[in-house]
Design a protein around this ligand. Structure first.
Ligand SMILES: Nc1ncnc2c1ncn2[C@@H]1O[C@H](COP(=O)(O)OS(=O)(=O)O)[C@@H](OP(=O)(O)O)[C@H]1O
Length: 367
């Protein structure tokens, strides 16, 4: 009797587990992780900063929430065709006090396709660049990598726009997805969205970049082969470079850039040095603000050097008012690579680096 009851129970548990798994798979397929992360963040914020929520009043037809002691009326966003519902509340509860204030004033931010894109290069400092430039009050950026021009293009521009943050007049919308730089179809697709899109490219010594890329991959797959075995065809450090291996291939910047230059004039691109972004972020951010036609607001006062992390960090940002660094996946310790392998890779990249310097008109001074 007990055995039968126990078997029934475990069968039911298994059935429930399967149903839950299928539902989760469906949800993760339907929505992208960016959206889920953003809902998650908003959910967390709502639980830390919203203390009371009242029901809609007839007069306003909009719910009021009590944030840090003051009553705020949530004004629905326009431009997306989103009605006033719980989904909209997620959007409307954008964490920034600036936006809560604007909504109180009846100003209606709306979502726009990006004016500027950080298109790459992976592991060169793209996150740092985005976090630094979005300190500017006239810049608003999607927090996650949207991957529209590589993975989600079939979903259409309406889908893409919905992933952008709400902006008010005069603000620039930005997004960063480093894989755009190497995606063959991306230049044409971006051009079709808007031929005036400004393109930002962060580049770093391709050898260090390849090691950084490998370090990231190895952090997810512990039994990964050694760098030297993957970067060379015969597995030996001085051998033939495996140009089909992703971390090597991405570093041939000139080849990827040529595809972008088929669609965009050089003047529409800015090249940010990943090395200088670490050594002197204020200078690089100054150039970027000029390029975007923005007043130079972000400057050295926004940064401090964190000697424990070994990187520049932020004194405050829109999301956090206390000093903080980028996450622990940025600025990882790299494994030791045989000097012979490093030398061979430097030799391999040299002609491509020179070509890249010629195309951009900038000597990045990589060894
Ligand atoms: N301020 C600051 N803090 C931490 N890390 C910084 C910073 N500025 C640039 N970097 C460098 O950024 C590298 C990661 O590059 P990305 O953000 O482009 O990586 S990713 O492609 O988005 O995964 C990361 O690479 P690793 O050092 O290999 O982790 C850093 O070297």
């Amino acid at each position: 009797m007990f055995y039968k009851w126990y078997t029934n129970l475990s069968n039911r548990t298994i059935a429930i587990t399967i149903v839950v798994c299928i539902c989760m798979l469906y949800v993760s397929y339907t929505f992208n992780t960016c959206l889920i992360a953003s809902i998650n963040r908003t959910w967390k914020k709502a639980h830390t900063s919203i203390t009371t929520m009242t029901t809609p009043t007839e007069e306003t037809e909009a719910p009021q929430i009590k944030i840090l002691g003051s009553i705020v009326r949530i004004v629905p966003l326009t431009g997306d065709g989103i009605g006033f519902d719980s989904k909209n509340l997620v959007n409307a509860s954008d964490g920034s006090p600036k936006y809560r204030f604007l909504r109180q004033q009846g100003l209606r931010p709306s979502r726009h396709l990006p004016d500027a894109l950080i298109i790459g290069v992976k592991k060169s400092g793209t996150r740092a660049l985005l976090e630094f430039i979005r300190l500017h009050p006239d810049v608003r950026a999607a927090g996650c990598e949207v991957h529209f021009f590589d993975r989600h293009y079939a979903k259409g521009l309406h889908w893409y726009r919905h992933h952008m943050p709400p902006t008010i007049e005069g603000q620039i919308t930005m997004e960063k997805t480093p894989s755009y730089f190497i995606t063959k179809e991306a230049p044409k697709r971006v051009y079709h969205m808007n031929p005036s899109t400004k393109l930002l490219v962060v580049v770093r010594d391709p050898v260090t970049r390849a090691i950084s890329d490998y370090t990231q991959a190895r952090s997810k797959k512990k039994d990964m082969k050694r760098f030297e075995e993957l970067a060379f065809l015969n597995g030996t450090s001085g051998g033939i470079v495996d140009t089909t291996w992703g971390p090597v291939k991405i570093g041939v910047y000139a080849k990827h850039l040529e595809r972008w230059l088929e669609y965009f004039p050089l003047s529409q691109l800015i090249f940010v040095s990943g090395e200088r972004l670490i050594a002197d972020p204020a200078v690089e951010i100054g150039r970027v603000q000029d390029f975007l036609g923005l007043k130079r607001v972000v400057n050295e006062k926004h940064f401090y050097f964190n000697s424990t992390k070994g990187f520049p960090c932020l004194l405050k940002s829109e999301e956090r008012s206390s000093p903080h660094c980028l996450g622990k996946t940025k600025g990882r310790n790299h494994p030791r690579i045989e000097p012979q392998a490093v030398d061979r890779l430097r030799e391999f990249y040299q002609p491509f680096n020179l070509k890249f310097y010629q195309l951009t008109g900038i000597n990045f001074g990589w060894p």
